[in-house]
Ligand binder design. Structure first.
Ligand code: NAP
Length: 303
């Protein structure tokens, strides 16, 4: 090897077309010491200039094929069945993707000694006494939370090199389903009234902060469980007001309601959120404030 050769870290992003997946692809595209491959369930990627393959992580052969042909050093699993309400009725699908899929990834990682970084959620908690640290007792209210807790356990017992990151209310801009911020901006810009719950408290996570935390876990070679949440704890109605204020939109269009009024199939943890002291101490994690994040989003949206 010549001295100017760069040893590249091979990173496979699973769920590359999702919100987190897309931001991971954008982040690692800019790194010359990374060889990147994205995969997801869709036939086509939402991005260009990065290799992409279709892979249904709920299909063991698909997972083996992509992992054994790319031979990654690290797999970042940003894929999941993320529809909390549908998870109540489409239980088999939710389990196949969120649990079996993670088992297949773990199995493939174990075979080639790759590390897996997996994303979990505060929905593994009942929301009676949040915010939660990494040692808090899990007690999911809904089926989605149960699958995500089971996915964590699959890695714990999987004899695999892993890190699990729990996060909550992910927001940021990607070429996919609008996040909460874009939903508020779009609705208010069209003069639509929106009903937003004021009894769900947490610390929303700016996706770029999560990407940086994942990268730190890789760079510093860290393992185990980390909470990654935002700097500000607030309820969802307050979050919507902040967005409206920042983008000069009509706050009067936002009506505060309680969660029960939405009659959603899945129960939500109300008093939740994630304490991030461990990540701050061990990873140097420093999340943006919501206002700082909104200023970045404003630039990304070129508003
Ligand atoms: N968003 C949040 O507020 C939040 C909060 C806490 C934790 N998390 C966790 O954070 C992670 C990333 O969330 P996100 O918001 O980026 O999710 P997302 O935008 O829904 O992206 C998930 C991606 O996974 C893909 N996918 C679904 N089933 C698949 C399969 N069988 N094989 C391969 N890919 C599949 C999805 O494709 P389709 O869209 O075509 O189904 C989508 O592109 C997830 O693990 C989620 O549970 C998210």
């Amino acid at each position: 090897m010549y001295s100017h050769d760069i040893i590249k870290n091979r990173i496979l992003v699973v769920g590359a077309n999702g919100l987190l997946g897309q931001r991971l692809i954008a982040f690692y595209t800019a790194k010359e010491n990374v060889e990147l491959l994205g995969c997801s369930i869709e036939d086509q990627p939402t991005f260009s200039n990065v290799p992409y393959v279709r892979c249904d992580m709920a299909v063991r052969e698909d997972v083996k094929k992509v992992v054994f042909s790319f031979y990654p050093d690290v797999i970042i699993n940003a894929a999941a069945f993320t529809n909390v309400d549908l998870s109540e009725t489409e239980r088999e699908t939710a389990w196949k993707i969120n649990v079996k899929g993670v088992e297949y990834l773990a199995e493939a990682c174990r075979t080639i000694d790759a590390k897996i970084i997996h994303i979990s959620t505060d929905y593994i908690f009942n929301g009676l006494n949040g915010p939660y640290d990494e040692n808090a007792k899990a007690d999911p209210l809904g089926y989605y939370g149960r699958t995500k807790l089971a996915s964590e356990n699959a890695l714990k017992i999987g004899a695999v090199i892993y890190s699990v990151i729990r996060t909550n209310v992910l927001y940021g801009i990607a070429n996919s389903r609008p996040d909460f911020v874009r939903w508020v901006i779009n609705s208010l810009s069209e003069n639509k009234q929106i009903r937003v719950v004021h009894d769900q408290i947490n610390n929303p996570t700016f996706v770029e902060d999560l990407v940086c935390a994942i990268n730190k876990i890789i760079e510093l070679n860290k393992y185990g469980l980390y909470n990654i949440g935002g700097k500000n704890f607030l309820n969802r109605y307050e979050f919507a007001l902040l967005i409206a204020g920042y983008f000069n939109l009509d706050k009067n269009l936002i009506k505060p309601i309680i969660t029960e009024e939405l009659k959603q199939p899945a129960k939500r943890p109300l008093k939740s959120g994630l304490i991030t002291i461990k990540a701050e101490t061990e990873l140097g994690y420093k999340p943006h404030s919501i206002t700082e994040a909104l200023s970045i989003i404003k630039m990304q949206l070129a508003l």
